[in-house]
Design a protein around this ligand. Structure first.
Ligand code: URP
Ligand code: ZN
Ligand code: ZN
Length: 488
């Protein structure tokens, strides 16, 4: 007898490798059967009456893909400057679910002077019982003291926090090169994945000072201060430091050709250097920061969106495999709010505007429409970029990121024929705008299941806070070094 909690019938299944017609049988939150005609009655079978499914979902005309993994988003992250994120785990995960995402990996961020363990404990307090979909934590390491390197990081990696982000910019977050080398050596020894925010802090500080001295403080000067050359230099430096230690590395939120060339150069030399980009680098340019008055602050993020040629370079790097991961970098600040973009008022210098834009709910829809439907990337690459590769790179595979027997039943059912117009009023985050207002997209998420439970239907979240599970991540295979330790 076969018994399922849920049976998904007649869909076209798409994984990072294959596209095929099959039904999916789900029991206890996991995929337990894949096959043709699951649950169909056959006159010659004596067991017919015993094929049971509590719920049958008809996926005729739909594409069934692994649920999205958003491996770079910021939720309820404490900030030292008075700004407050507009999304915690309730609104962030409901918004993610509505957009087809079933796992998020936000950041437990260490303040300088704080123990990393305390930052992780605090982040659990912020997230416990809140999430509607599953979640894991990256850490942000800002203060790699002896105690952090000797005791805290090795223990936390072992406990399932197997990736962390470091910054080469922002005064309150950045590491110097010697500190970077120390954390890279630690990551090599312990098998963690290191993510790098690669912008040169001194270049940005120099350009900011110059622009401010000339009275050039409107939001669009942010794009000048955060030059692509500063991004290129820091990307190259991070890669060089990682090569010295012989440890893999992932450069996050890459904005254009300057940094892409560095990553391609490293990959061409056989280094395990991975790259991530985000929707804003496909859909926005620096001109969007020039909107009237303070409006441009809605699109102010770091690195900033560049120009049309940069968008084209980012598309090519998605097509040709330079990038492995497509994340939102959702950093939610309300626009009309003195704890958000207007923290220091509308006439504040760009240097004092909270960095970041929302995108959890629109990430998949944008790449599906502009990439898959417009035939820039095929559907299998879409799955790789948005689910399978993040699962592998952050130690969640094969539990997450694929459609296979034994994997969690995290599934997104797409209607490729539908058309939608993005309206902030229809989104479920806590932000009062979307940079993509009015954007017309092809394809839409019809249904999202997280461990077999329907968490969104026709763009409306249906889950409850507390349904989401905290996930401990394995040491990722892609974080393994290439060769023998050189004793560094
Ligand atoms: O501007 C951005 N990207 N803000 C979020 C924080 C970060 O560096 O990813
Ligand atoms: Zn960053
Ligand atoms: Zn970020």
């Amino acid at each position: 007898m076969q018994s399922f909690d849920t049976l998904i019938k007649n869909g076209t299944l798409i994984t990072a490798a294959d596209r095929f017609r099959a039904d999916i049988g789900i029991r206890d939150g996991r995929i337990v059967a894949l096959g043709e005609g699951l649950g169909d009655l056959h006159d010659d079978s004596p067991d017919n009456a015993q094929v049971v499914a509590k719920e049958v979902i008809d996926a005729t005309g739909l594409w069934v893909m692994p649920g999205g993994i958003d491996a770079h988003c910021h939720l309820d992250q404490p900030l030292g400057d008075g700004a407050v994120m507009a999304d915690g785990f309730v609104t962030g995960t409901r918004s993610a679910a509505a957009g087809g995402t079933t796992t998020v990996i936000p950041f437990a961020a260490q303040f300088k002077g704080q123990s990393l363990r305390a930052a992780v404990d605090d982040y659990h307090r912020r997230s416990d019982g809140q999430a509607m979909i599953d979640y894991a934590f990256h850490m942000i390491v800002t203060d790699p003291t002896e105690a952090v390197l000797r005791d805290e990081l090795p223990a936390l990696i072992e406990e399932g926090y197997s990736s962390f982000k470091i910054y080469l910019t922002y005064d309150d977050l950045k590491l110097n090169d010697r500190e970077v080398l120390k954390v890279l050596a630690l990551a090599r020894r312990e098998g963690a994945m290191v993510m790098v925010h690669a912008e040169n802090a001194d270049c940005i500080a120099y350009l900011t000072e110059l622009l401010e001295s000339q009275g050039r403080t409107a939001p669009h000067y942010h794009a000048e201060a955060h030059s692509a050359i500063a991004e290129r230099e820091a990307t190259h430096r991070a890669i060089s430091l990682a090569e010295l230690i012989d440890v893999p590395l992932l450069i996050v939120h890459v904005s254009g050709p300057e940094a892409i060339e560095q990553i391609r150069w490293a990959q061409g030399r056989g280094l395990r250097v991975y790259g991530e980009t985000c929707p804003q680098y496909l859909m926005l340019t620096a001109a969007d920061l020039e909107a009237d008055g303070f409006e441009g602050a809605k699109c102010l993020c770091s690195p900033p969106p560049r120009n049309k040629a940069a968008q084209e370079a980012v598309w090519q790097a998605l097509e040709n495999g330079v990038f492995q991961v497509f994340s939102s970098d959702h950093a939610p600040f309300r626009f009309d709010d003195d704890k958000g973009k207007k923290l220091h008022g509308e006439s504040a210098s760009f240097a004092h505007v909270p960095n970041g834009i929302p995108g959890l709910e629109t990430r998949l829809a944008i790449l599906f429409s502009e990439g898959v439907i417009k035939q820039r990337i095929d559907a299998t690459r879409f799955v790789a970029l948005t689910a399978t590769n993040p699962a592998k790179i952050y130690g969640l595979y094969p539990r997450k990121g694929t459609i296979a027997i034994g994997s969690d039943a995290d599934l997104t059912l797409w209607d490729p024929e539908a058309r939608v117009t993005v309206r902030n009023a229809d989104l479920h985050h806590g932000v009062d705008y979307t940079p993509y207002e009015g954007l017309e997209l092809s394809g839409r998420v019809a249904l999202t299941l997280c461990r077999g439970r329907v968490v969104s239907r026709d763009g409306r979240p249906t889950g409850r806070p507390g349904d989401g599970l905290f996930l401990r991540c394995d040491r990722p295979t892609p974080a393994r070094p290439r060769g023998e330790s050189k004793g560094f």
